[in-house]
Design a protein. Structure first.
Length: 310
């Protein structure tokens, strides 16, 4: 019998967990030819998430948990869950039931019978999301696919079922600054995509703000593309050429018509414009340097405070 590990990152999900567990029990009963383990990763929750998980553990030994010493973020929770998993196949699923567990049966059949290494999911639409967030999300995917060799699928979810070989390849990537959607694509392997309509949260509120998603997208850009550095270099080259032209023009005008004092407003505008471009380029460079700095410190991505074995 194949064993399937379900990795479930949780951050303040006390309202959603009872609904999720009920659905997981129903799906696992339907897939009775496989064994399951449900690995809940408590990412420093401040509500009763851990208490609920412990109660589930007392009545169902398939439930396992890893509890962090503080909130380290979803990327750390995903990695911790993958490392803790023992199954032949590993699935990741959100606690809010926006990822329908009922798809697990279809995903398992596809990965077993069609020789795929990963069955991934994507949303057909973004119904229910704020319009501005949906717009910027689409633009992010378009931009990433233009500037990076690692192609991302628009609407891709973290909900996927993977073989142990693929999971081990992901775990072997030790980088501190992680962007899982890019990592899943970078490691390769044969992937089949399953689409479904967007589903609202079953309970609770989203933990992702607009700015949180914005800074998360920066992780993806910096982690999987060096094109912004090339853009900064092109800006420098462009303004160097422009400056040569302007120097030639100024010298020519001075020699022919003299040197009248004029053009103060335009000079100030040019200074502010070029200064802004310089700061923009320095900001790009700073993003890469800061992430290099974090990588070189070799800090652990997470600290475990408690597991079900303690």
């Amino acid at each position: 019998m194949d064993k399937i590990s379900l990795v479930i990152p949780c951050y303040n999900e006390e309202q959603a967990l009872p609904f999720l567990y009920e659905e997981l029990v129903r799906v696992s009963a339907k897939m009775n030819q496989q064994t399951f383990e449900f690995i809940f990763i408590n990412d420093g929750s401040r509500d009763k998430t851990l208490d609920i998980v412990k109660e589930l553990r007392r009545k169902d030994k398939r439930v396992r948990f890893v509890s962090f010493s503080r909130n380290f973020g979803k990327e750390a929770a995903i990695l911790a869950g993958l490392k803790a998993s023992e199954g032949d196949y590993v699935a990741m699923i959100d606690a809010d039931l926006q990822d329908p567990p009922a798809l697990l049966s279809e995903m398992y059949i596809a990965i077993k019978e069609e020789s795929y290494d990963c069955i991934a999911t994507r949303r057909d639409d973004r119904k229910g999301e704020p319009i501005i967030r949906s717009f910027f999300a689409r633009q992010f995917y378009k931009m990433m696919n233009r500037i990076s060799d690692t192609k991302l699928v628009d609407g891709a979810r973290d909900f996927r079922l993977m073989t142990r070989q693929m999971v081990n390849a992901i775990i072997d990537m030790p980088e501190y600054n992680r962007f899982s959607k890019g990592i899943f694509q970078w490691v390769g392997f044969n992937t089949k995509w399953i689409s479904y309509e967007n589903i609202e949260r079953v309970a609770g509120e989203t933990k992702w703000s607009f700015w949180g998603l914005f800074f998360y997208s920066l992780e993806g850009v910096v982690a999987f593309s060096t094109r912004p550095l090339a853009i900064a270099s092109l800006f420098g080259l462009l303004f160097f050429l422009i400056s040569l032209v302007m120097i030639t023009v100024i010298i020519t005008k001075t020699l022919i018509w003299g040197d009248p004092v004029a053009g103060y407003p335009s000079t100030i505008c040019i200074i502010f414009f070029i200064g802004g471009i310089q700061l923009f380029c320095l900001g790009i460079l700073g993003q890469y340097i800061s992430r290099t700095y974090l990588e070189t410190k070799h800090r652990p991505l997470f600290v475990i405070k408690e597991t079900e074995q303690e």
